[in-house]
Design a binder for this molecule. Structure first.
Ligand code: PLP
Length: 382
């Protein structure tokens, strides 16, 4: 098995990931010897500043952009919120925003509340998806107008792994002179992201989704894009994000960016092999089940499987009894289950329960085969 604890199978990597040992090694010096503030004028400060500088180069390299285009933040949510609020400030005369029906709450909730926090009159177009989780490009283009301040559409979905054609969407937005933000929190470190090939203005990523710790993220801001900081105060990050840099975590994020960049294709192939083996096995042993978004281009690590006559929350709870960590496609409170907005937007029938199994490079074939073997027993509840 893959973790320090025995008899544990972790397949909830879209929720968070195990920190890579290489990231721990990169972080440790900044907790002990190199504890200076990167803004300080002395040698300890310079050491910390050097660590942040190196991390920024590595993060930029993963995105094929320039280091000055990277701003470190506390998480994916902060990156999303900063990008969206900045774009709206940049275009005060435009009152329309385009997003998708399947965004993470970090984007969705902000978009929904915009009319309240900005004195009203923002119009939000939330693009529908089809049964495979895909966006209609024509509908997207038709929804752009001279009043559109920003498009915010995720690169890959956290529940299904479905990938949106962000390079194409961003090109269309650019042709209409509209700023484009993408939440790439689930895509970063899993699939190639190339800012030279993709005309987005803002991109969010989060360290803990690809083996850095929780509590560090980054926002890519294209050099030419206008930017208004969300957090103001000190002049850190060239005045674009106040708050003393979290040097240790930034060093950890830099390290995992380098790891991802160096091994992206081989890691993706390895994880895809495990995911495909898992899906093939589960579809064979679970009659009537199907993969949510299975007809779409997807992240290599994500399996969202719907199983007839089950409840996702119950399955996750039974998997937990077997020390298997997974997620459900529904939120339940006081016994009442509500399908996730993502699955609802895809019109997944309510008589299926969904389980999301999200893998990483630390999973093994033995784990996959074990899960396939015991899943029918887990469903029966014996
Ligand atoms: N966006 C997506 C697609 C996510 O999956 C998540 C986390 O689940 C976030 C944003 C928020 O990231 P963070 O937890 O770093 O704030």
């Amino acid at each position: 098995m893959t973790t320090a604890e025995d008899n544990l199978i972790y397949m909830d990597n879209n929720a968070t990931t195990r920190v890579a040992p290489e990231a721990v090694d990169a972080m440790l010096p900044y907790f002990s010897g190199n504890y200076g503030n990167p803004s300080s004028a002395h040698f300890l400060g310079a050491r910390a500043a050097r660590g942040v500088f190196e991390a920024r180069e590595r993060t930029a390299s993963l995105l094929n952009c320039s280091p000055e285009e990277i701003i470190y933040t506390s998480c994916g949510t902060e990156s999303d919120v900063s990008a969206i609020l900045s774009a709206l400030k940049s275009c005060p005369d435009r009152r329309h925003l385009i997003t998708s029906a399947v965004e993470h709450p970090a984007v969705k909730n902000l978009c929904e509340s915009l009319s309240e926090i900005s004195g009203g009159n923002y119009r939000v177009t939330s693009l529908d998806v089809d049964r495979e989780g895909r966006i209609d490009l024509r509908e997207f283009e038709e929804s752009l107008s001279e009043d559109t301040a920003l498009v915010s559409i995720m690169w890959a979905n956290n529940e299904t792994g479905v990938i949106f054609p962000v390079p194409e969407l961003a090109r269309i937005a650019r042709e209409h002179n509209v700023l484009f933000h993408t939440d790439a929190v689930q895509a970063a470190g899993k699939i190639p992201l190339d800012m030279k090939e993709t005309p987005v203005d803002f991109l969010s990523l989060s360290g803990h989704k690809f083996h850095a710790p929780k509590g560090v993220g980054a926002l890519y801001v294209r050099k030419e894009a206008p930017f208004h900081p969300f957090l103001t105060g000190g002049g850190q990050e060239k005045g674009r994000r106040a708050g003393t840099e979290n040097t240790a975590y930034i060093a950890g994020l830099g390290r995992v960016c380098a790891l991802a960049a160096d091994h992206l294709l081989e890691s993706a192939a390895r994880v895809r092999h495990l995911r495909d083996r898992l899906e093939k096995g589960l579809l064979e042993v679970l009659p009537g089940s199907a993969i949510n978004g299975g007809g779409s281009e997807r992240l290599p690590n994500t399996c969202s499987i719907r199983i007839p006559g089950t409840r996702g929350d119950e399955l996750v709870s039974r998997l937990n009894d077997y020390r298997i960590c997974a997620s459900a496609g529904a939120a339940c409170k006081a016994g009442i289950c509500k399908m996730s907005p993502v699955l609802e937007a895809m019109d997944i029938p309510a008589d299926y329960g969904t389980v999301r199994l999200s893998l990483s490079i630390y999973n093994t074939e033995a784990e996959v085969d074990h899960l396939v073997k015991i899943f029918p027993e887990i469903i029966r509840g014996d």
